[in-house]
Write a protein of this length. Structure first.
Length: 82
């Protein structure tokens, strides 16, 4: 019986961790709801995709201010050694 409890707890913990990791989205475009809640969903790779998903839902699309592109590596400052 104890093994069943431990296994159930382990499955629940793994599910919780996997769900929270996947909900941390880092996409370049966000839909902002025009409703009172002002809910934001940053799950869009292009403005066009965001606009199509928003289609008549009362809101607008904005560039994600917290987006960090994996394609843009951090640049080191250039140092002149002359």
């Amino acid at each position: 019986m104890r093994q069943i409890r431990v296994a159930a707890f382990a499955i629940a913990a793994i599910t919780l961790v996997a769900t929270s990791a996947s909900s941390a989205q880092n996409y370049p475009w966000c839909f902002v709801s025009a409703r009172k809640s002002g809910a934001t969903s940053c799950a869009f790779v292009s403005r066009e995709q965001c606009m199509l998903s928003a289609g008549g839902n009362g809101g607008h699309c904005i560039a994600n201010p917290g987006y960090a592109s994996a394609r843009e590596p951090a640049r080191k400052p250039h140092r002149a050694d002359r």
